[in-house]
Every structure is written in C-alpha cells, then in structure tokens.
Design a protein around this ligand. Structure first.
Ligand code: FES
Length: 118
C-alpha cells in the first residue's frame, strides 16, 4: 500500500513528497515527510497497534492528541501520541499496551506492593 492517499499523477497541487521509512516493532513502514506516525500506520493499513485494559484494540480515536489511544514508544520515549508526532526517517517505534502482564513490562505504573496477611 502506498503512503500517499492521492497518487502523484492525480495530485493537482504537484507536491514533491519526500519518502521516509521508520520501523514499528522491527517492521518497516513507509511514509512521507510531514506525515504523523499514526497517519503512516493508517496509510499502511494498520488500524490498531496496542490494546486497552479490556484487551480491545486501540489505534487512532480522536486523531488530535486528546484521547491518548494511539500511544507508542519512539526510541526511548514512552507514551508518545502517534497522531501528534511527525514521523522521521529512521525512527524506531515500538508498540505498547496497558494490558496486564505477569512481568509488568507493559504497565504504565508499577504495581502496588502486595498486602501482607496479618
Ligand atoms: S488518537 Fe487520540 S491522542 Fe492520538
């Protein structure tokens, strides 16, 4: 799938888009300069990239930086809103989730200490 919604030969504005490529969980994603990470993912046909607490798939909901449904990690920076961050060539994006997991690697906050029986 092309990262462009309008094919170059049909573009009345005649933009000269510069392609870029970044990775999401190690998979290459092609985009164009100025496109958000979420925009490039949607153009690539990916509608969800994390799970909410219930396990429901999450991707773009508001698309304007309000709902935080689209969170990803970019490089070492967690909780980046993919709908607000412009993709850069060479970005290393990893998905994240708030689903409970035994090791707690995907938790946003550390688990509280267990209560002792007493
Ligand atoms: S889709 Fe709502 S903050 Fe990104």
């Amino acid at each position: 799938m092309s990262p462009r919604r309008v094919r170059a030969e049909c573009d009345g504005v005649g933009r000269q888009d510069r392609p870029l490529r970044f990775t999401v969980d190690g998979e290459p994603v092609d985009g164009i300069e100025g496109q958000t990470i979420a925009g490039a993912l949607l153009a690539a046909g990916r509608l969800a990239w994390r799970q909410g607490r219930s396990g429901a798939p999450r991707g773009v909901f508001c698309g304007i930086g309000v709902c935080f449904d689209c969170l990803v990690t970019v490089g070492e920076e967690r909780d980046v809103r993919a709908c607000r961050r412009r993709a850069r060539d060479g970005d290393v994006v990893t998905t994240q989730s708030r689903c409970p997991d035994p090791g707690g690697a995907n938790r946003r906050h550390p688990a509280p200490p267990a209560e002792e029986d007493g």
